[in-house]
Design a protein around this ligand. Structure first.
Ligand code: T4K
Length: 417
């Protein structure tokens, strides 16, 4: 039996009776009852087979082998590599540490080019290793790195490009490969959002020097916390394995500086259990995505991000762009209305890494990143993941529609109250 089925009302599916709203006064922000009894989350974790996980947990306790390259960690690595079609998948305690170790293992120095429209971990991993993140603008239609913007910011100090497959949609892989080869730069992909996705029919995971996945609780495949570096480079994989274990190559023998990036056996057990249900998780996400698409279509100024249905996608983020000119409301006003209803929509990735400390304090915030700034003011991620019912999605869409239909009143009341 899956965890979800035992979770009950707090797992989602919690629109209250009479949740559907017809007038502005019905909105919770203006005194009406909240639409949901429990909060709806972005990326509510999918959970696999409870009995399978508990069996693995018992094995771990029986074996008294809790971490440090245990049997579940090794099995997880092998299964991941097979699914991704790569030679090596080196699992780590999370994707941020995986990025940091990868940067070290590649011997990167100086400046690294990356998008500003990403989760702050992409930039922090670079900075944490003593390198300088150089923020590049994105293509407003794909939300991914604009290759021309990357090329413009390359200097003699550049050592690598980190492309981010935002929302599970691949970056312009070929264009970045071409630029990286021409300028002799390493090419790495932050694939934190992209497990289970393909590019031109090939699984994300095998591009560039290496790709980094996140198995955080909110990701389509989760190991509570976790991450992995996928690569076809044997030497790089060896270095990654050594570095994640303090630099040890044998008892009492340290070969290089290292850190502790290991994945515990419990996390690996969860990862394996999740992997066994991956197809079901993706099917659930896809169902939710299509339900959103249906109910949001036709609402002026509210555009759901599209996916190439010829490719494999994991649909783990429900991303909308609010165009104030057409919707009559700002993204922030829409979020305020939703939050009051217990719909915990998120402004990922506001305000953009370039506008966060420490980067904004050193001129990064003044960088011309027009598309990033525009997206950061328009994007809203809607609830997704386990326990979300189709009825909840319809209730949310009704609220969004009500707000847009009464945008002038909503904006005026927000200003006045
Ligand atoms: N690169 C990119 C492009 C990334 O997006 C990320 C992480 C990384 C790198 C680094 O990966 P990791 O080092 O984390 O492996 C969350 C996640 O913590 C983070 O993993 C993720 N991206 C980012 C986009 O979102 P927060 O601070 O927004 O998470 P939080 O705690 O607010 O959770 C999000 C929602 O999920 C909430 O509404 C609550 C719900 N939730 C959360 C957890 C942890 C649950 O329902 N259950 C849970 O167990 O960062």
């Amino acid at each position: 039996m899956s965890f979800e089925r035992r979770m009950g009302p707090t797992g989602g599916g919690c629109a209250v009776e009479g949740a559907r709203k017809r007038r502005v006064e019905d909105l919770a922000l203006f005194g009406g009852p909240r639409a949901f009894a429990e909060p709806l989350h972005v990326g509510r974790p999918h959970l696999g087979d409870r009995d399978a996980f508990l069996r693995r947990l018992t094995d771990i306790l029986d074996r008294v082998w809790l971490t440090n390259s245990g049997p579940y960690e090794q099995e997880f690595e092998q299964r991941l590599a097979a699914v991704l079609g790569v030679q090596h998948c080196v699992v780590m305690c999370n994707a941020t540490v995986a990025l940091e170790i990868l940067i070290r293992a590649l011997g990167l120095q100086g400046e690294v080019l990356l998008p500003a429209f990403t989760f702050i971990a992409t930039a922090h991993a670079v900075e944490w290793q003593g390198l300088t993140p150089v923020f590049c603008d994105v293509d407003p239609s794909t939300h991914n790195l604009d290759p021309e913007a990357v090329e413009r910011r390359i200097t003699a100090r550049s050592s690598a490009i980190i492309g981010v497959h935002l929302w599970g949609r691949p970056c312009p892989v070929e264009a970045l490969e071409e630029i990286a080869a021409r300028h002799k730069l390493a090419l790495v992909f932050d694939a934190a959002h992209a497990f289970g996705c393909t590019h031109r029919g090939r699984p994300i995971g095998g591009f560039g020097n290496a790709e980094v996945f996140s198995f955080h609780a909110t990701k389509v495949l989760n190991s509570f916390e976790g991450g992995a570096v996928a690569t076809n480079d044997d030497d790089l994989a060896d270095r990654l394995r050594v570095m994640r274990n303090f630099g040890f190559t044998g008892y009492d023998h340290v070969e290089s500086v290292g850190t502790n990036g290991k994945l515990t056996e419990v996390a690996a057990a969860m990862g394996l259990t999740s992997l066994e249900s991956l197809d079901r998780f993706i099917a659930l996400n896809r169902q939710q995505y299509h339900a959103y698409r249906e109910v949001l279509s036709g609402i002026p100024g509210v555009a759901l991000l599209s996916h190439d249905e010829q490719e494999r996608r994991n649909y783990q983020y429900i991303v909308v762009e609010i165009d104030q000119a057409a919707a009559g409301v700002t993204r922030d006003a829409m979020q305020a209305v939703l939050l009051a209803e217990r719909i915990l929509a998120r402004r990922y990735f506001f305000p953009g890494c370039h506008r966060m400390a420490p980067y904004c304090q050193r001129g990064g915030g003044r960088t011309e990143l027009a598309s990033t700034d525009r997206l950061a003011s328009r994007v809203l991620c809607l609830p997704s993941g386990s326990g979300l019912e189709m009825r909840d999605i319809a209730v949310m869409a009704d609220i969004i529609k009500l707000v847009v239909e009464n945008s002038a009143t909503v904006m005026r009341r927000l200003r006045d109250e």
